[in-house]
Write a protein that binds this ligand. Structure first.
Ligand code: PAF
Length: 280
C-alpha cells in the first residue's frame, strides 16, 4: 500500500487517477484504526476506484491536551489493517506542519448542530473538525466521503459545512460497528481495562432498554441517566434526545427522525465514551 506524507505527492497521484477517469473515496481518520474504520474503507472500496484513508491526529479538534496526549498512535498497525481491506487503498499520513503551516484561524459555526452536546462540552471541537475535514476535502476532492455514525453529531455538522461551502461530494454515513457485548467500537476503547470494557457495554444495553420502555421523552431520558449513573464506574455527562437532523432537543415523539445521543465517563481514568440510539 502506498503512503503519502505530503499534499503535493497525494495531489500528483490523484491527478493521474482522475485523468484516467477513476472515482475517489475518502475515509478521514485519526488513526488507531479498528474494524469500524475497516468497514468504512471496505464500503469505499466497493463504491470507488481509489480510496484515500487519511491518518492524521488533528490537534485543533482537541480542547483537552491530556486527551490528545493519551490518544493511541498505531501507524504501523493501521497500515497493516488497511492492507487487509482489499481494493486500491492509499494512506495519507501528513505531519502537523504539512497540514497547518500557519495556524488555522478559520471559524465555522453551524448551530444548533455544533453548539449542543459535544459542542457544548468540548468548546472548539467541531471548529477543529471542520478545519481539518474542509482541508482534506480540498486536497482530495473526493466523489464520496465516508463517516461512521458512531459520531452522529459530527456527521450532522459536516453536512452543514458541505452545504455552506458548496463542496461537490456525497457524504456517506456508515452504521456503527459493535462488539458482541454491544459496545460501539472506538479507538478510545483500547484505553479501557477488560473490566471497564464490560462496564462500558452497559451503555448500549440501557439505550436499547429505553426503547422498550415506550415512555414519554422525559421518562425515557430519565430512565437512561438514572440507570447508568446507578452503575459504579459510569457517569453520564449528557443524554439528549434530539431531532435526528437539526439535533435540537425534542419534548415529544412527533419529529420524523429522533435520536438519543449520550456521553458517559467510564472507569478510573476516566475514558469518555459516546454512543447513540435511534428511536425513530
Ligand atoms: O472522526 C474522526 O476520527 C475525526 O473527527 C475526523 C473526522 C477524522 C477529523 O479529524
Amino acid at each position: 500500500m502506498q503512503t503519502f506524507n505530503t499534499i503535493a505527492d497525494l495531489r500528483r497521484y490523484l491527478g493521474d487517477c482522475r485523468a484516467a477517469g477513476r472515482t475517489v473515496g475518502l475515509v478521514p481518520t485519526m488513526g488507531a484504526l479498528h474494524e469500524g474504520h475497516a468497514s468504512l474503507v471496505r464500503r469505499s472500496v466497493a463504491e470507488n476506484d481509489v480510496t484515500v484513508v487519511s491518518i492524521f491526529l488533528n490537534p485543533t479538534q482537541f480542547n483537552d491536551k491530556k486527551d490528545l496526549e493519551r490518544y493511541p498512535r498505531t501507524l504501523e498497525a493501521d497500515c497493516r489493517l488497511l492492507e487487509t481491506c482489499g481494493g486500491n487503498v492509499v494512506a495519507f499520513a501528513p505531519s502537523v506542519s504539512e497540514v497547518y503551516p500557519e495556524p488555522d484561524t478559520r471559524q465555522f459555526s453551524y448551530p444548533p448542530t455544533d453548539s449542543v452536546m459535544e459542542g457544548a462540552f468540548r468548546p472548539g471541537h467541531f471548529n477543529g473538525v471542520c478545519q481539518i475535514v474542509s482541508k482534506l476535502f480540498m486536497y482530495v476532492e473526493p466523489d464520496r466521503a465516508y463517516f461512521g455514525e458512531k459520531d452522529y453529531q459530527q456527521i450532522a455538522v459536516i453536512r452543514r459545512m458541505v452545504a455552506d461551502l458548496g463542496f461537490r461530494l456525497q457524504i456517506v454515513p456508515c452504521p456503527v460497528v459493535r462488539e458482541e457485548s454491544g459496545l460501539a467500537l472506538s479507538s478510545r476503547n483500547s484505553l479501557l481495562t477488560p473490566e471497564e470494557r464490560t462496564l462500558a457495554a452497559n451503555i448500549y444495553r440501557v439505550l436499547r432498554e429505553s426503547i422498550a420502555l415506550h415512555g414519554t421523552v422525559q421518562q425515557t431520558h430519565d430512565y437512561v441517566v438514572t440507570t447508568l449513573n446507578a452503575i459504579p464506574g459510569l457517569e453520564v455527562q449528557y443524554y439528549n434526545i434530539v431531532d435526528g437532523d437539526t439535533l435540537a432537543d425534542v419534548t415529544t415523539w412527533d419529529a420524523p427522525s429522533i435520536v438519543g445521543c449520550i456521553t458517559v465517563y467510564c472507569g478510573a481514568t476516566p475514558i469518555r465514551l459516546i454512543d447513540h440510539i435511534r428511536y425513530k
